[in-house]
Design a protein around this ligand. Structure first.
Ligand code: GRF
Length: 216
């Protein structure tokens, strides 16, 4: 059955575009039922028709809980099977996460558990890491701490800057997000407690997307 996906965005929306492209070329059996942003001017919103857009600015709400209540109501109204944070740069409250727990996914540009939070590329370089990457994980109240479903990695080159790392990683992030959504939308992956289940078995370590775009 075609999955209903809501996407939360704050910026340019290249990950959203990867999902839209995968749906358009029939590699992902899903439908985008809403795109939600904490920025009225997020370029990502322009990637979908006006009827699918919702945005609100944090400063027009008394606090984070009130904002997330409005966001959560708008998301719930489109009855999503999956809620995907794709470059959503505002911390979600515990109440929002509890409301959608189990169907809430995030793409994060690091090899979690390394580098939760921001500036992941600069931190990987500063640490002298040989490998860097991205992770798709379930959301839990602790920031970037939920069970990781899948990862992809690249080798760090001696001449890399944070920008060059981000640029090389981005297309792989897109493949990783789409491949992960293929699994969850097919009903093959779910969250049970603080564990991910793949094909009925506990996923003991994240899947790894190789350079051919397949999981190993
Ligand atoms: C991506 O690198 C994502 O991993 C991070 O923010 C960036 C968003 O890019 N959380 P885009 O808005 O999808 O182009």
């Amino acid at each position: 059955m075609t999955s209903r996906i809501a996407v939360l965005v704050s910026g340019r929306g290249s990950n959203l575009q990867a999902i839209l492209d995968a749906i358009a070329n029939h590699t992902l059996d899903a439908e985008i039922v809403g795109v939600f942003s904490n920025k009225h001017d997020a370029p990502a919103l322009q990637r979908v028709p006006p009827a699918l857009r919702w945005s609100a600015e944090g400063k027009s709400f008394p606090d984070r809980l009130a904002f997330d209540e409005a966001l959560g109501n708008a998301v719930a109204a489109v009855r999503p099977d999956w809620v995907v944070c794709a470059g959503y740069m505002r911390i979600l409250s515990d109440s929002f996460i509890d409301r959608f727990r189990g169907c809430l996914l995030n793409i994060h540009p690091s090899l979690l558990p390394k580098y939760r939070g921001l500036r992941t590329h600069a931190r990987a370089l500063a640490a002298g890491d040989a490998q860097h990457g991205a992770s798709v994980h379930f959301l839990v109240p602790e920031l970037d701490a939920g069970t990781v479903i899948a990862q992809t990695s690249i080798e760090v080159q001696p001449q890399d800057s944070p920008d060059s790392l981000a640029q090389r990683l981005l297309p792989l992030e897109h493949s990783l997000l789409v491949a992960s959504l293929q699994l969850v939308c097919a009903g093959r992956v779910s969250e049970q407690g603080d564990m991910a289940i793949l094909d009925g078995q506990p996923l003991l370590k994240p899947l790894h997307l190789d350079s051919t775009g397949r999981f190993s």
